[in-house]
Design a protein around this ligand. Structure first.
Ligand code: F6R
Length: 366
């Protein structure tokens, strides 16, 4: 049932090109310049009149929400707040009927996310779900929604659910951008084309597997690890760190690269591996300076770069090359080598990759 893979997690990592396609199939029509999702079409007025979108989720789904914040604000110019469901539900939040709440949950059973939805409904918000499990509690409790088509995710560490959540949320943002006219026609069309070929680029990114394994062998005994990224790849840094800590039990932290100098830089010495997400699109020059700051303090740099990069290659100790894509869609690609890196480190440390200690696949208690 693991389809020839040693673990469900690895199988699920490798399924990403096909499940991203399954998730956009019938919804993304790049040649016609259309995005059609019933849950969005049926409620288009609500989305267009929304003064704000509040995203509630936990864990990896919360990271997908952070990526969505950047995408929604850039594409559709709607203000977005991303909240941990557990904090949102207990802090007497301001919610009203002009708000749309988007709840993101792979399992559709997460107790805190469910409670946040109930609270939002009581306060008159329209609640939209992005779930993977059909018929799950959250998919039933929300007013409308759009499923991810990741298929069953067995590995406790979420991988394909994350990238399919980003796929759905990006499509929603694009649909709203079209309705609002917040992206030029040509930019809108180029995103549709780009999203359509993302599965091929994910496949290419999976070819970093051997490289990730080599790097894993070098760092498997590190007690700590930092992950840095900027913009769209800041949430990817958080997700990379979460994947490493939950399956390998190495203490890892993700940071927006520019925040490093406000504290974490004190941790950097020759024993500290720092994974930097540094694709060519985005804030490249800024991240290059951040890499120089790490290097001058002897940190060990593992950089995820765009194929053909030369500048970061000169500074970094190890590079992992990924195919080029637009800044906004890059999390779908940059995430892949980080999943593979944590997978191999965990395997080399003899950890139970599919069922890490202390964790459950569905967190149905708060
Ligand atoms: C991390 C992980 C968890 C879940 C979180 C939310 O790999 O799997 O952080 O993302 O428990 O779960 P769902 O998405 O089912 O609500």
């Amino acid at each position: 049932e693991k389809g020839g893979y040693d673990h469900f997690m690895l199988k699920e990592i490798y399924e990403q090109p096909s499940v991203i396609k399954d998730t956009y199939r019938g919804r993304l029509h790049a040649n016609e310049g259309l995005i059609q999702m019933a849950g969005v079409e049926d409620n288009l007025e609500k989305f267009l009149n929304a003064e704000r979108i509040i995203i509630v989720a936990c864990g990896t789904s919360w990271h997908a929400g952070l990526v969505a914040e950047y995408v929604f604000e850039e594409f559709a110019r709607i203000p977005v707040e991303v909240e941990y469901a557990s904090e949102f539900r207990y802090r007497n939040p301001i919610i009203n009927s002009k708000d749309i709440v988007i709840a993101i949950s792979q399992s559709g059973e997460t107790a805190d996310t469910m409670a946040a939805i109930k609270l939002a409904k009581e306060n008159g918000a329209f609640v939209f779900g992005v779930c993977n499990v059909v018929g799950s509690s959250i998919s039933r409790e929300t007013h409308a929604g759009a499923y991810t088509h990741a298929g069953p995710e067995i590995g406790v560490a979420s991988t394909k659910a994350f990238t399919t959540q980003i796929t759905v949320l990006t499509m929603i943002a694009l649909r709203l951008a079209k309705a609002k006219g917040t992206l030029s026609n040509s930019v809108f069309h180029s995103y549709l084309q780009e999203l359509e070929i993302i599965p091929d680029k994910v496949k290419e990114a999976l070819e970093t597997n051997d490289r990730a394994k080599e790097i894993a062998a070098v760092f498997k005994d590190a007690p700590n690890c930092l992950y840095l990224g900027r913009g769209y790849n800041f949430p990817v840094a958080l997700e990379g760190a979460l994947k490493l800590k939950e399956i390998s039990y190495i203490h890892a932290e993700g940071y927006p690269a520019a925040e490093m100098k406000h504290g974490p830089i004190a941790l950097i010495d020759e024993h500290m591996p720092v994974v930097v997400i540094a694709p060519k699109q985005g804030h490249y020059d800024k991240i290059v300076s951040n890499i120089q700051e790490i290097k001058s303090r002897s940190g060990k740099i593992i950089a995820v770069v765009t194929k053909g990069d030369t500048q970061v290659r000169e500074l970094a100790d190890y590079v992992i090359e990924i195919p080029e894509t637009s800044d906004a869609l890059s999390p779908l690609i940059t995430t892949i080598p980080l999943q593979l890196l944590s997978y191999h480190i965990a395997v080399m440390r003899g950890c139970n990759v599919d069922q890490p200690r202390n964790l459950a696949k569905s967190v149905t208690v708060e």
